[in-house]
Design a protein around this ligand. Structure first.
Ligand code: LLP
Length: 462
């Protein structure tokens, strides 16, 4: 169970590290108990844009970017670059915002790559990931000078052919599995990892040897990513040591790798009891481990790259819903249903993820009701929050679910043919629509009705 506390009475707000707060930095509660974010009253946003609505706080997004960049300057003596893992939330506006903060970007598909380019991201600061990149995706990356994170042998062959045909060179980071496996709050080290991504650590030498004679390939560095929503610092410290050793191996085999990409993974607060490390602490730990390992192994300092996704965007976002029906099952539970659910936030049904919610028009009222917040999809498991304390909830109330900025919109679906919500970016009392609400017409764009099936009574959708 989680009860939200908001400014001004959330006293321990971490302005340096937004991943440690439940609410966006720009959240405030007024005298009447109304919640505002970025100078916009949430009730006004709901009136104007409708619900469900993703609200993104620009101040929080920028604070997260600056926290990473500042900490790297402070704690890492070499060059560095933060690549935003755009799988967490991919949109033109987000790519543009990240670019404006000097970040690069990690894409895992042509779609994410084109979105980033459309947002003005510099392709030289981008990497393309993926365990099964298509020829077209690889061609696109090469065309734009995007670094390819080499994942497997098939891809190596494909790249060799593509570069040969086009007389191009590919800038590569080699992805390997470092034998460090994280299960959110604990981790294990193994020789081999059961992962679909990257080369096994044992294979790395063979890959490096093959690439040593490949005139088309520039082995620019190495990459590893150990997991997501991680609260421990030790696995990242261990990762740095493993990676520096691999970097030394690459140099010994004739390469000149400059980049060390340690992936993402820093966790965020979804419920009050979550206690992730601060961004600066994460950066400091990784930096110190890389510096120590380089010193110990007498290696020059690489350019340090990291790929945070969730910790940059999760707590900048919230989702506004309107409450509809209420069903009381005496002695069991009370359901209140909202006008969205698993299609705009598939994380609870997929990972049993927990969230925190509040009534943004009654933030100062005592939480005397206990409800289970269900979505509107035709699926019993479509429940966003279980058994949470709230002020008495009635039909027509607005409900805000916090920390939905990461892996919500990007993992959303149209299950039950429910259109995707709109998204607004708020700051300084201004709300800017960054993703318009999907319409029913949008949904039918993909459908083709074969002529021989046409029924006389078919109703065109407007
Ligand atoms: N780099 C690579 C290669 C990754 O695979 C990921 C996440 C990241 C960076 C960013 O990790 P972050 O900083 O966001 O933890 N859908 C899941 C999360 C999947 C993460 C996949 N990879 C969720 O909703 O929890």
């Amino acid at each position: 169970m989680s009860s939200p506390r908001f400014r001004p009475y959330e006293e321990d707000v971490d302005v340096q590290s937004p991943n440690r707060n439940l609410a966006p930095l720009g959240a405030e509660v007024d005298q009447e108990g109304q919640l505002w974010v970025g100078g916009c009253r949430l009730a006004d946003l709901a009136d104007h844009y409708g619900t469900p609505l993703y609200v993104l706080d620009e101040t929080t997004l920028r604070a997260g970017c600056q926290a990473y960049c500042r900490a790297l300057v402070r704690h890492y003596p070499g060059k560095s670059l933060v690549l935003y893992a755009s799988k967490a939330h991919s949109s033109l506006a987000m790519a543009a915002l990240m670019a404006s903060e000097g970040l690069g970007l990690d894409a895992v598909s042509a779609g994410e790559l084109l979105t980033a380019l459309g947002g003005g991201m510099d392709p030289r600061n981008m990497v393309l990931h993926g365990n099964n990149k298509s020829r077209d995706e690889l061609r696109l990356a090469l065309e734009h000078g995007v670094t390819v994170v080499l994942d497997n042998w098939l891809e190596l062959d494909l790249l060799e052919r593509l570069c040969g045909q086009q007389g191009q060179r590919a800038r590569l980071l080699i992805r390997f599995t470092p034998g460090i496996e994280c299960h959110t709050h604990e981790y294990i080290r193994t020789g081999h990892l059961d992962s679909k991504f990257g080369f096994d650590l044992e294979e790395l030498d063979t890959v490096l040897q093959r690439l040593a004679t490949a005139s088309w390939a520039d082995v620019a560095g190495l990459h590893a990513h150990i997991g997501s929503q991680i609260f421990e610092l030790q696995p990242h410290e261990d990762l740095a040591a493993v990676m520096v050793k691999a970097l030394a191996r690459a140099r010994a085999l004739g390469h000149h790798p400059k980049d060390l990409n340690v992936g993402g993974g820093l966790g965020v607060r979804y419920v009050d009891s979550d206690d992730p490390p601060a961004i600066a602490a994460w950066v400091q730990t990784v930096s110190a481990a890389v510096v120590a390992a380089c010193r110990q192994q007498q290696q020059p300092l690489p350019r340090l790259l990291c790929e945070p996704g969730r910790s940059l965007v999760a707590t900048a976002g919230l989702t506004l819903y309107q409450v509809g029906s209420r069903k009381e099952i005496p002695g069991v539970r009370t359901y209140v249903a909202v006008d969205g659910g698993m299609s705009d936030n598939p994380r609870p049904i997929t990972y049993q993820s927990r969230y925190t919610a509040c009534l943004p028009q009654r933030c100062r009222d005592a939480a005397t009701d206990t409800v289970t917040v269900a979505g509107k999809h035709c699926e019993s498991g479509d429940v966003l929050l279980h058994h949470i304390p709230l002020p008495p909830v009635a039909s027509g109330d607005l409900l805000a679910v916090l920390a939905t900025g990461a892996y919500n919109a990007s993992m959303g679906s149209n299950y039950n043919r429910i259109p995707r919500p709109a998204a607004v970016l708020v700051q300084g009392g201004q709300a800017q629509l960054v993703q318009r609400r999907e319409t029913h017409q949008d949904l039918l764009r993909w459908d083709i009705l074969p002529e021989h099936l046409c029924q006389p009574g078919a109703v065109p959708i407007r």
